[in-house]
Ligand binder design. Structure first.
Ligand code: MN
Length: 130
């Protein structure tokens, strides 16, 4: 399997550690950003295969960052999975409206998380097929 790059944008250190621990180390390079501005810069620089986006970030929020990424001609097809601890009604619709491709609530269910990551990385491999 080709080595994939995942960009994790999350301000909480413990959450970053938890996500890192769930991802198989040998198969993915994980880039990390603690705020949305840095995350967008890293996305533009490294063109990751998948972005894990915390929605509640200091400064620019995760939804605004997702909108920027989805308007970027190079990055617009990069899948973005929203991560949020606020499981409030309407949040998922708002995240999807901003361009998020999936939505995972914290605490993160490991099985659900790995299924989503696998699905998007696999999709990326076949995206040029009809
Ligand atoms: Mn946060």
């Amino acid at each position: 399997m080709e080595n994939k790059t995942i960009l994790l944008i999350e301000d909480n250190e413990l959450n970053r550690k938890l996500v890192r621990a769930m991802l198989p180390k040998d198969k993915h390079q994980v880039l990390e950003a603690e705020d949305a501005e840095t995350g967008v810069q890293l996305a533009q620089e490294y063109k990751p295969d998948l972005i894990l986006m915390d929605i509640q970030l200091p400064g620019m929020g995760g939804l605004s960052a997702t909108r920027i990424i989805k308007k970027d001609s190079v990055l617009k097809d990069t899948p973005v999975i929203a991560l949020t601890s606020y499981a409030m009604q309407g949040d998922e619709a708002e995240a999807r409206e901003a361009g998020c491709d999936d939505y995972i609530t914290k605490p993160i269910d490991r099985q659900r998380f790995l299924e989503a990551v696998s699905r998007f990385l696999k999709h990326d491999l076949v995206k040029n097929e009809p």
